[in-house]
Design a protein around this ligand. Structure first.
Ligand SMILES: *Cc1c(COP(=O)(O)O)cnc(C)c1O
Length: 449
């Protein structure tokens, strides 16, 4: 299977996640030459070995250029100094969260492969906030793509709701479901399990398991390394606020490619399945608990399966067995020798809500810089490592309530969030039943939109 096929199918036919057969290793001289490149030129270099059989170099260049043209910072993902700490800001895209880095690129890939190969794609997804808006912005106005995003009516923050419903492009369809986020997920699952419907209507997904999303995120680890001096002799640590393990797995891939990364600090909130795993070797499901960093409130970390493949010495049968066990028993444990490897790869820290808010306050008081609550989890987790680069995954204005609670004032809004509440919206409200959603999709597609 090639890159194009992997991008279009998302998940393998047996339900597993896809990885490239080989991860290219970049020679030190090459790394050194890359340190002066702009973000987009560097992206072309990093992505090229993975995509060269599917895209010409000119096409790759054009897709990368288009994907990052809407970012408001000239560096795309700047590294800023905050007190003595270095922060990699990933939130300068159209929806002010790091998911734009991957979803802008994925949307352009979808459009390009569909134009080249023919066909249509109807993306269906459920969101509790962040992913839905980034996915919508990734494909708005694109040829041959329609997107249907379900959100729980009245249960997403006003800003997040408006980020989705103010997009008026004809190919964007917001469905407010009279139910919870879990109802939305269940409906989407039912639609995908309806194989006749799925195939006839070419349903596709944009969740975090698409390999192309991880790949786009690998780029900014290289970029940050170059920006802080690109010293091959001094391995750098990165602190990564983690939910589905996509972002930190991209860091792991960067290290396998030869980037001198020392520690990867895996920062979780109270939903600490990954931290417990690193500490105990047992990966066991718990209940999701709502926190002030909602985009990290997860039960199963969907990309973790990819890392298991490498820990288990690239034995995909062994990975499959663990996944079966997880589904059947709600957990599994790894051997002591595997855990030695895991602890060499990651150090994990769970951060309480009180400590998260305290970190926002402390950073603000010391420097005037406002962290969003997700970023604050990472900064707190890296407290004992002042040289670590902390990934800033969202703009603080997106999570105004937590920021207000921490420092008694709101963060100034970036242009992309200004005036949202006054803009025209389009959204349909539907009962939380898959039959109703399915019929609405069928009617909408038949209407020739
Ligand atoms: C999605 C998200 C995360 C978690 O990233 P993963 O790749 O799922 O680990 C962290 N912060 C914010 C703001 C997010 O939107």
């Amino acid at each position: 299977m090639g890159f194009a096929e992997a991008v279009m199918m998302g998940l393998a036919t047996d339900g597993g996640l896809l990885l490239p057969e080989q991860i290219p290793v970049i020679a030190p001289e090459q790394l050194r030459q890359w340190t002066g490149l702009s973000f987009t030129d560097l992206a072309v270099e990093v992505l090229w070995p993975y995509v060269h059989e599917a895209l010409t170099r000119d096409t790759l260049q054009e897709l990368v250029r288009r994907s990052y043209a809407g970012f408001t910072h000239p560096d795309i993902t700047p590294v800023v100094a905050v007190g003595g700490r270095r922060i990699l800001e990933l939130f300068h895209g159209p929806t002010a969260a790091f998911k734009d880095v991957a979803l802008q690129w994925l949307g352009n890939l979808f459009e390009y492969f569909l134009q080249r190969g023919g066909g249509q794609l109807n993306i269906v997804g459920a969101t509790s906030g962040d992913t839905g808006s980034a996915a919508i912005y990734g494909v708005r106005g694109k040829q041959r793509i329609q997107i249907f995003i379900l959100h729980p009516h009245g249960r997403v923050s006003p800003i997040q709701e408006r980020q989705m419903t103010t997009v008026l492009d004809a190919n964007v369809h917001n469905l407010a479901i009279e139910g919870t986020f879990d109802d939305g997920q269940r409906i989407v699952k039912e639609l995908f399990n309806d194989l006749e419907f799925k195939h006839h209507y070419q349903l596709g997904a944009v969740n975090s398991i698409n390999w192309a999303r991880v790949l786009a995120q690998v780029v900014y680890y290289f970029y940050a390394w170059g920006r802080v001096g690109g010293d091959l002799a001094k391995p750098l640590a990165f602190a990564v606020p983690t939910g589905n393990f996509g972002d930190i797995f991209a860091g792991y891939v960067a290290r396998r490619m030869g980037l001198p990364i020392g520690r990867l600090i895996l920062a979780t909130n109270r939903n600490d399945i990954l931290t417990r795993f690193v500490e105990t070797g047992a990966y066991t499901l718990g209940e999701v608990q709502p926190t002030v960093s909602p985009s990290m409130d997860i039960q199963v970390a969907s990309n973790f399966e990819r890392y298991l493949f490498y820990v288990l010495k690239q034995d995909s049968g062994a990975v499959r067995e663990l996944m079966v066990q997880l589904g059947r028993d709600g957990g599994f444990s790894l051997s002591a020798s595997c855990m030695e490897q895991v602890r060499a790869d990651f150090s994990a820290v769970a951060v309480s809500e009180a400590a998260t808010l305290e970190q926002i306050r402390a950073t603000y008081q010391a420097t005037g810089y406002i962290l969003d609550p997700h970023t604050a989890v990472g900064v707190r987790a890296a407290a004992d490592d002042p040289a670590a680069i902390c990934l800033a995954t969202a703009h603080p204005a997106k999570f105004g309530e937590a920021v207000q609670q921490a420092i008694g004032r709101a963060a100034p809004e970036p242009a992309s969030l200004q005036g949202l509440l006054e803009r025209e919206t389009r959204c349909v409200r539907l009962p939380a039943e898959s039959g109703a959603v399915k019929q609405w999709i069928i009617n909408t597609l038949a209407g020739g939109v």
